[in-house]
Design a protein around this ligand. Structure first.
Ligand SMILES: [Zn+2]
Length: 355
C-alpha cells in the first residue's frame, strides 16, 4: 500500500516535469519577443506546407510513376539499356553512364563509382572486347570517380577545362585526360563516331555534349533530369543563366534519346519540354515574388540595423511565395518536387537579383 502511494506520487512528479518541458519546447517555437536571440520564431504568414530546408520531412511526396523508370534486377544491381547500333546505357537507378562497342574495343562515357563496379559485367553481356577509351563528361567525382577501378591504360578524352579542374583536385581515382580539346572533337573508332562539343559554362566549366549521330543519342550530364526535379539549386549549376540557355539548346537539338547522367531512365523531347516549362514557371514565380514582397515586414525592431537579417527575412518570404505558387501545378508532376523546391526558389531569386 505504502509503495503504491509512493509510485503514484512519482508519476505525478514525472507528469509535471514532462508537461513543463513540453510547454517550454512549444514556447521556444513561438514568436514571443522574449525568445532567445537566434532561436526559431513563429512561421512566416502563408508558410508553405512543404518543409523548408533543414526541417525534417516526415513523409516525402510519392514519386510519379512516369518518373520512376524501369525496375532494376536486384541480383544484378544495374540495368543495361540497348540504345541501338552498339551503344548502351547502364544505370543503378541513381547515376548513368554509357558505352559504345566498335570492332576492336569499347569506348566508355563516364565511370561513376557505383556504376563502374558493374561496368565489366555489363560490357561482358555484349562483348569481350577491351575498354580502349574513356570519355569524361566533366570533372565531378560522382561521374568519373570509378575510372581507376576499370584498370588498363585507356585513352582518356575530356575538355581542357576538365583537365585544369582535375589537376587542381589531384584525385588518384580520377586520372588526368590524355587528349583534350577546346571546342569540338570527333572520335572515330572502327565504323563508330562520337561527336564531343563544348557549349560553355552551365553546370561547371568543361561539361561537354556527347552525341552519337548514327544512334541519334545525346548525352549531357547534370542538366536535364527526365521526370524529376533537378538536383538542388539547378543541380548546383555554376552559371544559372548559362544553365537555362543550355536546357533550351538541348531542347532545340535533333536527337531521339537523351542520357542525362542521373535518375533511372533516359529522356525524350517531352521530358526536356517539361523541364523547360517548369523552369519558366519558376523564373516567373520568383520574379513576381521579388517584385511584390516588401523589405522588413515582420522584422524585429532591434534587427533593423542588421542588413543580413533584413535580407534573410525578405528572401525567406520571397522563396515561400515562390514555393506556394509552384506547388499546385508541379508537386505531382516531377519526382522530388518537395525535396528541392525550396532550393530552386532560393537559387532562382538570387540569380534574378544579381546575375
Ligand atoms: Zn556534376
Amino acid at each position: 500500500m505504502k509503495s503504491t502511494r509512493r509510485t503514484r506520487s512519482w508519476l505525478v512528479v514525472l507528469f509535471v516535469v514532462c508537461t513543463c518541458a513540453f510547454v517550454r519546447g512549444t514556447h521556444a517555437q513561438s514568436a514571443d519577443p522574449t525568445d532567445e536571440p537566434g532561436t526559431a520564431g513563429e512561421p512566416y504568414p502563408h508558410m508553405p506546407s512543404i518543409a523548408p530546408i533543414g526541417v525534417r520531412t516526415g513523409k516525402y511526396l510519392d514519386v510519379p510513376a512516369a518518373s520512376r523508370g524501369p525496375v532494376i534486377d536486384p541480383a544484378k544491381g544495374y540495368r543495361l539499356q540497348d540504345l541501338g547500333g552498339g551503344l548502351y546505357m547502364i544505370t543503378d537507378n541513381a547515376v548513368q553512364s554509357m558505352f559504345l562497342v566498335y570492332d576492336r574495343g569499347v569506348v566508355v562515357v563516364d565511370a561513376p563509382p557505383s556504376v563502374a563496379a558493374h561496368l565489366p559485367a555489363a560490357i561482358a553481356e555484349v562483348t569481350n572486347k577491351p575498354i580502349t577509351h574513356i570519355i569524361y563528361s566533366h570533372s565531378h567525382a560522382d561521374h568519373i570517380g570509378g575510372t581507376k577501378t576499370l584498370g588498363g591504360h585507356p585513352i582518356i578524352l575530356a575538355h581542357q577545362e576538365t583537365l585544369r579542374l582535375l589537376k587542381r583536385a589531384g584525385d588518384p581515382n580520377r586520372p588526368l585526360p590524355t587528349i583534350t580539346f577546346a571546342g569540338k572533337y570527333t572520335l572515330r573508332v572502327g565504323n563508330q563516331v562520337l561527336e564531343l562539343s563544348y557549349h560553355g559554362n552551365a553546370h561547371e566549366p568543361g561539361n561537354i555534349f556527347i552525341y552519337a549521330p548514327a544512334q541519334r543519342v545525346l548525352m549531357v550530364v547534370d542538366v536535364v533530369f527526365p521526370g524529376w526535379m533537378p538536383w538542388r539549386r539547378f543541380a548546383l549549376a555554376q552559371d544559372i543563366p548559362g544553365y537555362f540557355a543550355q536546357v533550351e539548346e538541348i531542347r532545340k537539338m535533333d536527337w531521339d534519346t537523351l542520357v542525362g547522367g542521373h535518375v533511372a531512365r533516359t529522356g525524350t523531347h517531352a521530358d526536356v519540354d517539361t523541364q523547360a516549362e517548369f523552369m519558366s514557371d519558376l523564373k516567373q514565380a520568383a520574379k513576381t515574388a521579388l517584385g511584390t514582397t516588401q523589405l522588413g515586414v515582420g522584422l524585429s525592431e532591434s534587427d533593423r540595423a542588421n542588413p543580413w537579417a533584413i535580407f534573410d527575412n525578405y528572401i525567406d518570404r520571397v522563396a515561400g511565395q515562390c514555393v506556394n505558387v509552384l506547388t499546385p501545378k508541379w508537386s505531382h508532376r516531377l519526382g522530388g518536387f518537395d525535396v528541392y523546391i525550396w532550393d530552386q526558389c532560393y537559387a532562382m531569386e538570387q540569380s534574378l537579383r544579381i546575375e
